[in-house]
Ligand binder design. Structure first.
Ligand code: PGA
Length: 236
């Protein structure tokens, strides 16, 4: 099945690195894998993509396009840079105060502008009750129309950047739980990605689970490793 691989560069990289990444990514040929690259806003202009399996994503978006918002970025600006996807509600943004209501508003702005949100959810601690994840999804999609296929990135916070991973069983359990919950609220189709400490040494295991794709942080900056992962997944 076709996999979606999202690279979240976070607040990393520079012009030189992104030039190299774009050069290599423009040459890559994949049969059955789709790639989304999410640079910091200030480098969006470096991403002149000439490869139809690769799209550009944003790491965030404003919730209110009509306000005077110092430091924010609007859908209109993102569209001008060929952005197609937007990461919404990443745990690193939740940590600095982003709540479910704001995330819901951002998803609305995305959909009103034909941008596809990648909605990040995940429990804080390994021992947390997993239904917190369902309530994050419920609140994120509150009053959002049912005519789109939600992309959910399940990212246990305790796994992000720590090298600690949930078992494949736990990932599969979460994927099933998320997909069946989405059905109960009217979304028959959905894509569920996994994110958190995926690298060259463990992606083959993770990809055996029921996931529809991956959200990669740290490893996406290591272009050779990243390309090996893409090719490896594409050959599965
Ligand atoms: P990581 O980050 O792959 O470096 O753990 C994932 C993420 O934050 O999306």
């Amino acid at each position: 099945m076709r996999k979606l691989i999202v690279a979240n560069y976070k607040m990393n990289g520079d012009k030189k690195l992104f030039k190299q990444i774009v050069k290599k990514i423009n040459k890559i040929k994949l049969r059955d894998t789709k790639v989304v690259l999410c640079p910091p806003f200030i480098y969006l202009n470096e991403f002149k993509i000439k490869n139809n399996i690769v799209s550009i994503g944003s790491q965030d978006i404003t919730n209110d396009e009509n306000s005077k918002s110092t430091g924010q970025i609007s859908a209109k600006m993102l569209l001008e840079h060929d952005v197609k996807y937007v990461i919404v509600g990443h745990s690193e943004r939740r940590k600095i105060g982003e709540n479910d209501k704001l995330i819901n508003q951002k998803i609305n702005v995305c959909l009103n502008n034909f941008l596809m949100p990648i909605i990040c959810v995940g429990e804080e601690k390994k021992t947390d009750k997993l239904d917190i994840v369902l309530s994050q999804i419920k609140n994120a999609l509150d009053s959002i129309n049912k005519n789109f296929v939600p992309i959910i990135a399940y990212e246990p916070v305790w796994s992000i950047g720590t090298g600690k991973l949930p078992s494949i069983n736990r990932i599969d359990k979460m994927i099933d739980m998320i997909k069946s919950f989405l059905k109960t609220i009217g979304y028959n189709e959905s894509l569920v990605l996994y994110g958190g400490s995926v690298g060259l040494d463990n992606y083959k295991e993770i990809i055996k689970s029921k996931i529809d794709g991956l959200l990669l942080g740290g490893v996406s900056l290591r272009i050779d490793k990243f390309i090996k992962i893409l090719k490896g997944i594409d050959n599965e």
